[in-house]
Design a protein around this ligand. Sequence first.
Ligand code: SF4
Length: 243
Amino acid sequence: MTGKIHSIQSLGTVDGPGVRTVVFTQGCPLRCGCCHNPDTWDPDAGETVEAEEVFARIRRFRPYFGPQGGVTLSGGEPLLQPEFAAALFSLCRVEGIHTALDTSGCLWNGKIEFLLSLTSLVLLDIKQTTEEAYRACAGCSMEAPLRFLRELEARRIPVWIRQVIVPGLTDTAENLERLCSLLAPFRCVQKVELLPFHKVCAVKYEKLGIPFPFDCYPAADPAETAKMQQKLEAALAQARKEL
Ligand code: SF4
């Protein structure tokens, strides 16, 4: 099974538990304003590879994975290539390698359902917490990732939720409250990660000759984002007790 990839990060520590090899797929149907990988958008760009070939590359790094690490399929949007993703995860599963899927959750079909049966953990972006803001940020309905989350809950697949904190957009108390109420009922959500918006990707936009939609927003202070993360964790624990 062939697929289109943008690149492979041999050893990463920020996309799932432990030390992981991160495979960035090529192609994404969304155009998020805060996207730091615009070079993964074009489905016709990138490298065409066999799942077996990618797996052979991953295997070389296996000694570094330790008990928690493994493989993360990111992008771009890996759900655009569910058969390739499933072929790769299937090879990983045979060798007992942990598989994480980093996705916007914007697509759903039978092939994606099969892919989930081979997925150990999902890293799911909830980009905004109102329909209007979600549409403005990503260009699709918030119902798509919420439906995806409900499917993960039904299958009891562990989930880490991620949201980028953009000053002036998602750094408000109201947004955090909404995120908390939205996530509290989902038992599959093991962790919520707030990620500070940064602008190092501006050079990529410049190189591609396309405008960086969120260039008008300042970068987030990582220390402030960490404080928000603590508040959210406390509020989420409380909300779950009250359910
Ligand atoms: S889903 Fe991810 S890769 Fe696609 S535009 Fe949004 S942030 Fe970028």
